[in-house]
Design a binder for this molecule. Structure first.
Ligand code: ATP
Ligand code: MG
Length: 173
């Protein structure tokens, strides 16, 4: 099964992201992430054997141990990839303990022998994929802050017309 570990976002932040997404819908063409799916990926594991899921859960619990809830605040829009087919995201102005938790969870996955994508962690919330940024200016994003309280192991199902993320295990900080 396809797995990733992500920070779930506070309500005020989700509302601001939905507002930013609404502004983008007026000016940028591409594939929009549905408003109930916004998250910050800390580690992308990809395909994992069902028999290894308990090991992943254990590693996630260990990696999050000792962390308490912390505040984050939204920042500017940014993009990865080609301007004709970009991944468009909203970044954070304040990431709180997210980088430290990402590092700790990844170290814990390493210790458990669980593979993941090793690209450097960069906190962002993807709002669009295959975005055409070649014309039209980006809007000024809505801003908000709030407290991150949950780090979650998600199963990602890409078989349908849009990705479905299913929580398998939640760590309450
Ligand atoms: P789709 O792939 O259909 O566009 P998606 O990207 O939302 O949908 P997944 O590919 O399962 O769904 O990705 C789940 C999460 O993991 C997303 O936040 C995605 O950005 C992130 N992710 C996917 N692949 C990688 C990767 N190779 N490295 C880091 N993060 C990744
Ligand atoms: Mg993807």
């Amino acid at each position: 099964m396809r797995l990733f570990i992500a920070a779930e976002l506070p309500e005020a932040v989700l509302e601001a992201l939905a507002e930013t997404s609404g502004l983008l819908r007026g000016c940028i063409r591409g594939r929009y992430v549905s408003s109930d799916s916004f998250h910050i990926t800390l580690a992308f594991l990809g395909d994992v054997e069902g028999s290894r899921v308990d090991t992943v859960i254990d590693a996630l619990d260990r990696g999050c141990a000792g962390f308490a809830p912390f505040d984050i605040s939204l920042g500017d829009l940014g993009s990865f990839g080609k301007r004709s087919k970009a991944t468009l995201w909203q970044g954070l102005q304040g990431a709180g303990d997210l980088p430290a938790i990402a590092q700790s969870v990844r170290a814990s996955l390493n210790t458990a022998g669980i593979a993941f994508d090793g690209k450097a962690f960069r906190a962002h919330i993807t709002l669009m994929r295959a975005a055409d940024l070649r014309e039209g200016a980006l809007p000024t994003p809505a801003l908000a802050q709030g407290t991150v309280e949950r780090i979650t192991l998600f199963r990602s199902d890409l078989s349908g017309s849009r990705p479905v993320y299913d929580p398998l295990h939640v760590v309450c900080l």
